[in-house]
Design a protein around this ligand. Structure first.
Ligand SMILES: [Zn+2]
Length: 394
């Protein structure tokens, strides 16, 4: 579909005529020296694309529009369902059955009529992605499936625009910021898990307010980039654990071998992501099937069998209070931020990494593997273990 962006000239004219309402609307943030009138002008000229008018998109769009990001695009081909409403806060009860882009845009326009809202009432595909991304300065991802996540990542790299990405499941969320030249989602996760391995929100559940936290964080990071408040190399990967009330920030680096942003990229245009995600298949590690987010997740039954094997070191990467409330037999406690200590301690044999639901451990295992340790994770973490062995006194 064609762009419906307004003539930028109109925007310039409007700025020249900033009226009292505009000044008043943004006064409280313009008072911040890091924003000021110049920063506000920059925001009003900015063009941000939000993929998904769902849970993350609702929170991100709300703050971006309220802050006066002048042009906000919303991509979503879906309609509102009743089961969306506990977390997708841009939609009302009366919106059930309507297009999400329409419902969201109406609410956002009512909130800030000065913002130009562009409704892309369609799903993002390899065929439309480059044309759509071409009209924006920055992309915020609020989508919830792997094919779309890789599609967005590759298109952002190929379009040389920053990507603020988030994902949520149950009580956990992850946030990443990828800026051109400093790594991408594929650098962290070169391949998606095989289909059916990662439950979606419908199966696994989602605590609505967690989406609000992560969507708001996306808005914060997007605004920082637009206002030049972020370090140019402030790429990051963070994990939020609502039950433990903790954030973990992980180092992240560009992978020179990355298929799309590496030194010798093999992906030069969007590929067939459905097929890519279908075919990611079993990993090369024997009978070990694919990951939550790592390629090395073991089922609960496989882990049970490993418990008697002294050659396997069990490492629990949760916080102290979580660890002390119950853990696997033989588990040694290395909170994720202290995983380096495990290397210092010379544990370089086979390691099973365990956390609450399998998100932190996936990152931990990936980190250990990058340091030559043969690391696996327990798929679904302690939650899955307790489901399988409710009588087990761990
Ligand atoms: Zn990359």
């Amino acid at each position: 579909m064609g762009m419906r962006l307004k003539d930028w000239g109109d925007r310039e004219k409007m700025e020249a005529e900033w009226n009292a309402r505009t000044m008043a609307r943004y006064q409280r943030q313009m008072v911040l020296p890091q924003v000021g009138i110049e920063g506000q002008r920059r925001l009003l000229k900015s063009r941000v694309l939000i993929i998904g008018a769902g849970a993350l998109g609702s929170a991100a769009a709300t703050y971006l529009v309220a802050a006066g990001v002048g042009n906000v695009g919303l991509v979503d081909g879906d309609t509102v369902e009743l089961s969306n409403l506990h977390r997708q806060i841009l939609h009302d009860d009366a919106d059930v059955g309507r297009l999400k882009t329409r419902s969201a845009a109406e609410r956002l326009r009512a909130m800030n009529p000065e913002v130009n809202l562009i409704e892309h009432a369609e799903f993002l595909t390899r065929h439309n992605v480059m044309a759509i991304f071409g009209s924006y300065d920055l992309v915020v991802n609020g989508s919830d499936n792997f094919p779309t996540r890789y599609l967005i990542n590759d298109a952002a790299v190929l379009s040389h625009i920053p990507l603020v990405d988030a994902a949520i499941l149950r009580f956990e969320g992850q946030l990443s910021v990828f800026r051109p030249g400093f790594g991408c989602y594929r650098c962290l996760f070169p391949a998606p898990p095989p289909p059916g391995v990662v439950p979606d929100c419908a199966e696994a559940g989602i605590f609505g307010a967690v989406a609000g936290v992560l969507g708001s964080m996306e808005a914060v990071e997007a605004l920082k980039i637009l206002l030049d408040l972020a370090d140019p190399d402030s790429h990051m990967f963070m994990i939020y654990d609502a039950l433990g009330a903790t954030w973990h920030r992980m180092p992240m680096h560009r992978d020179p071998d990355c298929a799309v942003c590496g030194d010798h990229p093999v992906i030069r245009e969007p590929i067939d992501y459905e097929r890519f995600c279908q075919s990611s298949g079993p990993s090369s590690v024997g009978s070990v099937r694919g990951p939550v987010v790592s390629e090395f997740a073991l089922e609960v039954s496989e882990v049970k069998a490993l418990m008697d094997n002294p050659a396997v070191t069990v490492v629990d990467v949760r916080e102290g209070n979580e660890f002390h409330s119950g853990h696997l037999p033989r588990a040694r406690h290395y909170p994720l931020e202290d995983l380096d200590r495990l290397l210092v301690d010379g544990i370089t044999d086979t390691v099973l990494v365990v956390c609450a639901v399998g998100v932190r451990s996936a990152y931990g295992a990936k980190y250990l593997r990058s340091h030559g340790v043969t690391a696996f994770t327990l798929r679904g973490g302690m939650a899955a273990w307790r489901d399988a062995y409710p009588d087990d006194n761990t």
